[in-house]
Design a protein around this ligand. Structure first.
Ligand SMILES: C[S@@+](CC[C@H](N)C(=O)[O-])C[C@H]1O[C@@H](n2cnc3c(N)ncnc32)[C@H](O)[C@@H]1O
Length: 310
């Protein structure tokens, strides 16, 4: 744990000669620590670019993540990296910076009760309404979708619940601020162990095993065809989305924002939902005290109250 030792103890790193292609061996400059000033400046920059609020305990996390960028650019210290980012001359690096600071943990069928709700309560109600002349057009948004497990789980669940095109017009918008995870999501290629939470019948129906590498699975194009991928930053003034949505999932992303940021995002979601549209948040998130006009349907599942003005 070379990085931690350098940061916290202020000790000088070993000056090994770097081996070709061995980034880890590139030595730090003498002043390679993340100073208090650096930390405050990067925290402000992260917040400005993404809305993500990094508490003081995130210092070593930030350092570890930015350290990779420093080494990739062969910069001597964090001060230089800050200048590089804020000079206005390297927009690509600003994108990599944002990608580096996001936390992208996700899984297929993560918080499985949400998909149970969709399969057992939401989809049957929609089918029943459709049989009485209601709509067969569904618009769902997986906001902050990371590497794609969430929108693919959603797509499998909707189809498995009988909301099948062409009888049903189903579109899923999947978005994230992070362009790197979005690229991986769009590719739909996963290590077999990541796909293990997908029930066997769905795995057989919706994944192809790579001929070259049996440890790798690929999402079938027919499932991918339901999904549109977009980069969307929640703090941008304009979101390139067209509502209204029948359902918005925004799980495990609001936790990175302060209450004012959460309130602003929830208000915008509320405006984009149909009057009785459904909002699903992550397990430690809530609309409580942040947005009026939602009815709680169960664990972190809400329905926009039809009469609610937003
Ligand atoms: C922990 S992941 C959650 C993934 C998935 N929703 C789930 O629950 O499994 C949080 C995601 O929020 C995204 N995110 C962070 N800040 C964002 C912002 N300002 N706008 C949009 N997405 C953001 C991150 O890039 C990351 O992929």
């Amino acid at each position: 744990m070379r990085a931690e030792r350098n940061l916290n103890a202020g000790a000088r790193p070993d000056r090994r000669a770097p081996a070709a292609g061995d980034l880890a061996a590139v030595p730090y400059a003498d002043d390679g620590a993340l100073t208090d000033r650096d930390f405050e400046r990067f925290r402000a920059l992260v917040r400005d670019r993404s809305g993500i609020v990094l508490g003081p305990h995130k210092r070593s996390l930030l350092r570890a993540r930015l350290d990779r960028r420093l080494r990739a650019l062969a910069l001597a210290n964090f001060g230089q990296y800050y200048e590089y980012l804020t000079s206005g001359a390297h927009p690509d690096e600003v994108e990599r910076f944002v990608n580096a600071i996001t936390t992208n943990k996700t899984d297929f069928f993560r918080e499985a009760h949400h998909f149970g709700f969709i399969a057992e309560r939401w989809a049957p109600a929609l089918r029943q309404a459709a049989s009485r002349g209601g709509t067969r057009r569904l618009r769902v948004w997986s906001a902050a979708c990371s590497t794609g497990e969430e929108p693919y789980t959603l797509a499998m669940t909707l189809l498995d619940a009988g909301l099948v095109p062409p009888e049903w017009d189903v579109r899923i918008l999947a978005s994230d601020i992070d362009t790197e995870v979005l690229g991986r999501a769009r590719a739909g290629i996963y290590q077999a162990e990541r796909v293990e939470p997908v029930p066997e019948p769905l795995r057989r129906r919706w994944f192809l095993r790579s001929r070259r590498d049996p440890g790798v699975l690929r999402v079938r194009p027919a499932l991918q065809a339901l999904i549109t991928w977009k980069q969307i930053n929640f703090i941008d003034e304009a979101w390139p989305v067209r509502g209204p949505f029948d359902m918005i999932l925004c799980r495990n992303a609001l936790i990175y924002f302060d209450r004012a940021g959460q309130r602003a995002i929830l208000t915008r979601f509320q405006r984009l939902l149909k009057p009785d549209g459904v909002l699903i948040l992550g397990h430690s998130e809530s609309v409580l005290g942040l947005a009026e006009g939602f009815v709680n349907l169960g664990a972190t599942i809400y329905r926009r109250a039809p009469g609610a003005s937003v």
